[in-house]
Design a protein around this ligand. Structure first.
Ligand SMILES: *Cc1c(COP(=O)(O)O)cnc(C)c1O
Length: 393
């Protein structure tokens, strides 16, 4: 009798360990904040400054070697308590995501996410690149938990076009260990922040420079992972560029000065192709591993390909080719793209000390903007090439 009970007990324990190994939305507990003062004293929506106002709650899920993922918790937004020896603080074992929740313009009570599966998949890829354990969790479970967090703080999502709740999933290694090794424990947390339109008075074209000795990413590096270390290395060259009057760096790579990304956005250029004499929209391919696979990038590729109005290529374009296109009046438009801005038209690219000017906001940039923003705010019927882009909560 004893033996059988013991056996059953062990079986039960083994099952518990197994079920605790993965992220499970059914284990979620929610502790609501009772103090409403932050909510009541938040800035008016017109005064929101990107990334400064944080909403009331956060999602936290811990991972450790013994127990796997702990039951997820939604708790009042609060400071973290981690060891000063935590390896995220020493070796950059950190990655993050940027995504948004939107309020539908037609029905203010209807809230949705834009392609959250892409963000969670990318978070897992970033974790994998940093040898973070626990990465085999079910994508949909984390999406459900993020959705719950958004629902808890749904009153923080401002109404109106251009407004949204910016969502910042983050994973840090909390391992208290000064040795260099993959971490024994992690914290996955998600905070959110109400944001307003990036452009208050129409597009504000950006001036780029390529003139820096720094490189953002390289084949075999972490350019295709969204990790904080990629950003840290851009602060110095970005500050130098700003001092010369350029708002962002157009990052080049290799002996042929191939264009990769702009600032922390993907880059598109629209020109008449010399060989085909047809208009072509070009962005760098993901194959080499130095390009961040942007959700906006992917959405723009899908949409523009579905239009069929011009060639769409994922290829490296060199600064020589851009310069030549400019000299021969074949350069039409260029823009950066990402979740924060959607698209950022480019008016000028400095290369080897000379400015190449680009006709400011063109038709294509505007059309891409209208289509993506239209889908995100559910102003237009989602085109057939966009199945499951909108995930209603
Ligand atoms: C986040 C990011 C982007 C844009 O990705 P989206 O998913 O479109 O927001 C582009 N480049 C870099 C380097 C990034 O970190």
């Amino acid at each position: 009798m004893m033996g059988r009970q013991q056996h059953q007990h062990q079986q039960k324990k083994a099952l518990q360990v197994l079920s605790a190994r993965f992220i499970s939305s059914s284990d979620l507990t929610i502790e609501l904040k009772t103090d409403k003062s932050d909510f009541e004293n938040q800035p008016k929506k017109e005064d929101l400054v990107f990334g400064t106002t944080l909403s009331d709650h956060m999602l936290t899920i811990e991972w450790d070697k013994q127990n796997g993922w702990s039951p997820p918790k939604i708790i009042p937004y609060q400071d973290l308590k981690i060891s000063p020896a935590a390896s995220c603080l020493h070796y950059g074992l950190q990655c993050f995501e940027g995504m948004k929740a939107y309020r539908s313009l037609k029905d203010k009570d209807s809230i949705h996410l834009f392609r959250p599966d892409k963000n969670v998949e990318r978070l897992k890829n970033s974790m994998r690149r940093l040898a973070m354990p626990g990465v085999d969790f079910d994508k949909d479970e984390l999406i459900k938990l993020i959705s719950e967090l958004v629902k808890v703080d749904k009153d923080w999502i401002p109404e109106g076009e251009g407004y949204s709740l910016y969502i910042r999933p983050t994973v840090i290694a909390t391992h208290r260990f000064l040795g260099v090794s993959p971490p024994d424990c992690l914290l996955l947390y998600v905070i959110t922040s109400p944001v307003g339109p990036y452009y208050k008075t129409g597009f504000d074209p950006i001036r780029l420079t390529t003139d820096t000795d720094c490189v953002r990413a390289w084949p075999g590096g972490t350019g295709n992972a969204k990790c904080g270390g990629n950003y840290a290395a851009t602060m110095k060259p970005a500050a130098e560029a700003a001092a010369k009057g350029y708002s962002q760096i157009l990052w080049l790579f290799g002996e042929n000065d191939e264009v990769t990304e702009v600032g922390a956005m993907n880059f598109f250029i629209y020109l008449i192709n010399k060989e085909t004499n047809r208009p072509e929209l070009v962005t760098a391919p993901l194959t080499r591993g130095d390009i961040l696979p942007g959700v906006t990038r992917s959405s723009i590729l899908d949409l523009t390909r579905s239009w069929g109005d011009f060639d769409v290529s994922e290829r490296y374009i060199t600064m020589g080719e851009i310069k030549e296109a400019s000299d021969e009046n074949r350069l039409i438009e260029a823009f950066g793209c990402g979740t924060a801005t959607v698209v950022s038209p480019v008016s000028c690219i400095q290369y080897k000390g000379k400015d190449i000017s680009i006709p400011a906001v063109g038709e294509l940039t505007q059309r891409v903007w209208d289509e993506i923003v239209g889908i995100q705010y559910r102003k237009i019927e989602a085109p057939p090439c966009t199945p499951d882009w909108i995930v209603e909560l």
